[in-house]
Structure formats: C-alpha cells, structure tokens
Design a protein around this ligand. Structure first.
Ligand code: HEC
Ligand code: HEC
Length: 337
C-alpha cells in the first residue's frame, strides 16, 4: 500500500515536472504570474508648448480617438460624438473580439478618467501595455507598436492627453474571456533603453516610424490566432465588421494585386479624401484623421510602403466575398488567390 502510494506520488511529481517544462517551453509562466512590468518611476514630462503641439498632432491624426472616443460609424467621415473625446465608447464595436473590450476614459477627469494617474503610469500603459492598475492590457490597444514611439514623442502624447477637456464618464471594465485573458499576459514588455527619434530627414525612416506608430499593420497584416501570418505583411484580408459594415483591409504592398498603381499624388489623395478615384474607402480606415497629416509625413509613409516586399494577394471589397486559401478569410476575390 505504502509502495503504491509512493509510486503514485512519484508519478504525480513527474507529471507536475513535465507540465512545468511544457509550460516553460510553450506559453511560459506569464499567464499565471501576471505581465512583465517594471516598477513605476516618478518621472514627470514638462508640458512645453512644443510638446503640446507635437502631442496634439500625433494623438489627433494617428488614431488614439478612433478607439478612445465614440463615433458615428455609419457616416463616411465617422464623426466623433460630442463630449466623448478620450472617453468612450462603452464597448469597442468590432465583431469577433474575445469578450468585452473597453478603451478606457483617458481624459483628465479625476474620478472616472486618468486625472489621478501619474505621467509614468500613462507612459507605461502606452508603450509597455501595463495599465495604471498593473494589469496586462488587451493588445487591441496598440502598445506593441507604440513601443517604438520615441521618448520625446511619448512625452508629447502624455502632455497632450492631459490637456484635453476632462469628461466625467464611467465605462464598464474590459472583460476578456478564458483562456485569452491569461494568454495575453505575455504580451506586455518593459521598455528599458532610451528610444531616440528616428532620422526625420530620411523619408523612408520617417515613414517607417509613422506607419508603425499608426498601427497600419494591425489592420493590413492578416492574422491567424492573434499572430501575424508570416509572408503576408501589409497584404490585407483582415475582416473588420461593425456598424460601418463588413470590409476586408486592402493589400497595400507594391504588388500588382496591391497598390503598385499608386503614385505619391494618388496616395495623398486617398488618405485625404477617403476615395480612390470614384471608389469610396470604408470609414473604418481612418482617412478622416490621416487627412490632417502633413504632406511631408504622408509622402514619407508612401516612400516606406514602396520599400515593402510585394505580396501577391487579391482583395477587393467590390466583389462578392469568397474563401481565400492564402489568408483563410472570406473576402472579395478570395477565390482568385
Ligand atoms: C485600436 C484601438 C486603440 C487605439 C488606436 C488606442 N487605444 Fe488606448 N486602449 C485601447 C483599449 C481597448 C484599452 C484597454 C485595454 C484593456 O482594458 O485591456 C486601451 C488602454 C489605454 C490606456 C490604459 C489605461 C489604463 O487603464 O491604465 C491608455 C493610457 C491608453 N489606452 C492611451 C492611448 C493613447 C495615448 C493612444 C494613441 C497614441 C491609444 N491609447 C490608442 C484601445 C486603443
Ligand atoms: C482600423 C483598420 C485600419 C487601419 C489602422 C488602417 N487601415 Fe488602411 N484600410 C483598411 C480597410 C478595411 C481598407 C479597405 C477599405 C475599403 O475597401 O473600403 C483600407 C484601405 C486602405 C487603402 C486603400 C487601398 C485601395 O484599395 O486602393 C490604403 C492606401 C490604406 N488603407 C493605407 C493605410 C495606411 C498607410 C495606414 C496607416 C497609416 C492604414 N491604412 C491603416 C483598414 C485600416
């Protein structure tokens, strides 16, 4: 009897060790012990007029309020509902999310917003994915891209969001379903080295930086199980379904099935008008804020997009949706891939 118990004990111990090794080699321990977070510092970003202006430019034109604000998504220019800048909606209305995802109130309201959060709490949330309360943020918040935001731009963003009108608005908490709720704890990663500005005088460098912090690839690179599909970078096909309709993102690589036919003038026009010639671009593609980017910044983005690897992947929202073998989604011209 005792021997049997001992054997059983050894088996259980063996199984526990095996499970331990398996976890270490696969999902890692983060899902159980919480996100990788560095301790908070008491750094303070001095609110200079330059930072305020740069912060306003980045926040307003790169899309923070796409999510941190309520929009009338039925209209082509998706106007912000008055009084919700930085506060709302009560739930992000994108179909297929694993639970209720709520972009929180980041206005300076002290009770319901970020009024009492320190500069470093904001900075850590934006670039490192750890919320003011220490929890891992769901990576719909594009912190994986914002990691590459320079220290100076980060300071500017924080200075600006502290300057917008405080909105008193209680929003429900995010509620992610099992097991994503645990798995996503591996996403946050501290930024421990200084992040300098890129060389803004080099259009490709500048464009790469902007395309990255604008999160273009979040929509334009299709994913499988939450991971970018290798080889399909910027090749489109991601389905975005909500009050704006159901559309697939476009292939924006310089392939014939992408936007090889664009020139700089056409790119600027598309990004500013929401039309490609007579074809209307769906409002989930935020042309209505990109339109305020400077000519130089838009030209730099285009210069960078031109350097991407051309990927053959036909996507066309004017055609009937069909299953695509390449990206696995059901989108226009999917059957021609
Ligand atoms: C694509 C949508 C999206 C965009 C764009 C976006 N956010 Fe978020 N943000 C979210 C969501 C969703 C959360 C909450 C995630 C959660 O609760 O797990 C969040 C959380 C945050 C938080 C953390 C709040 C806390 O609890 O500590 C801050 C700060 C923040 N966002 C600021 C910004 C700023 C600044 C920008 C632009 C530079 C931005 N966000 C752009 C969706 C977005
Ligand atoms: C929230 C998701 C989203 C983000 C972020 C996004 N796009 Fe798009 N984009 C789309 C969708 C969806 C379409 C297709 C719209 C349609 O066909 O009506 C599109 C279409 C386009 C087109 C038009 C291509 C054509 O059909 O001729 C261009 C160009 C483009 N995006 C560039 C960009 C760039 C550059 C960025 C980053 C600065 C960006 N997009 C960010 C979703 C997004």
């Amino acid at each position: 009897m005792q021997r049997a118990l001992k054997t059983l004990g050894l088996i259980l111990l063996g199984l526990a060790l095996l499970a331990g090794v398996a976890i270490t080699l696969t999902i890692g321990w983060r899902p159980f012990i919480g996100p990788k977070a560095r301790p908070l510092t008491n750094r303070k970003f001095e609110p200079t007029p330059e930072r305020l202006a740069r912060g306003q430019y980045l926040v307003e034109n790169l899309g923070c309020f796409d999510c941190h604000g309520e929009h009338d998504w039925k209209k082509h220019d998706a106007p912000l509902v008055e009084g919700t800048k930085g506060a709302g909606p009560a739930e992000f209305q994108l179909a297929g999310l694993p639970g209720r995802v709520v972009p929180p109130n980041i206005t300076p309201d002290r009770e319901t917003g970020a009024g009492d959060w320190t500069d470093d709490q904001l900075a850590r949330a934006i670039r490192e994915g750890v919320g003011h309360d220490g929890r891992a943020l769901f990576p719909l918040m594009p912190y994986l891209h914002y990691r590459s935001m320079s220290d100076e731009d980060l300071a500017s963003v924080v200075v600006y969001i502290r300057s917008i009108p405080a909105v008193h608005r209680v929003l429900p908490p995010t509620k992610i379903i099992f097991p994503v709720k645990y798995l996503m704890r591996s996403a946050p990663e501290p930024v421990t080295a200084p992040v300098p500005n890129p060389d803004f005088s080099n259009p490709v460098e500048r464009g790469k930086y902007l395309v990255n912090i604008a999160g273009c690839s979040d929509c334009h690179t299709p994913q499988k199980k939450g991971q970018d599909i290798p080889g399909l970078e910027f090749a489109g096909g991601t389905i975005l379904e909500g009050p704006w309709g159901r559309v697939a993102s476009a292939n924006i690589t310089p392939d014939a099935s992408g936007i090889s036919y664009y020139d700089e003038v056409m790119f600027l026009k598309t990004m500013r008008t929401g039309y490609v010639k007579a074809r209307e671009i769906n409002q989930i593609m935020g042309w209505w804020h990109y339109r305020n980017l400077t000519d130089d910044d838009l030209k730099a983005m285009f210069a960078y997009l031109r350097t991407l690897k051309p990927v053959k992947h036909r996507v066309d929202n004017t055609e009937a949706p069909a299953l695509c073998k390449v990206c696995g989604a059901v989108h226009g011209l999917g059957d021609r891939n």
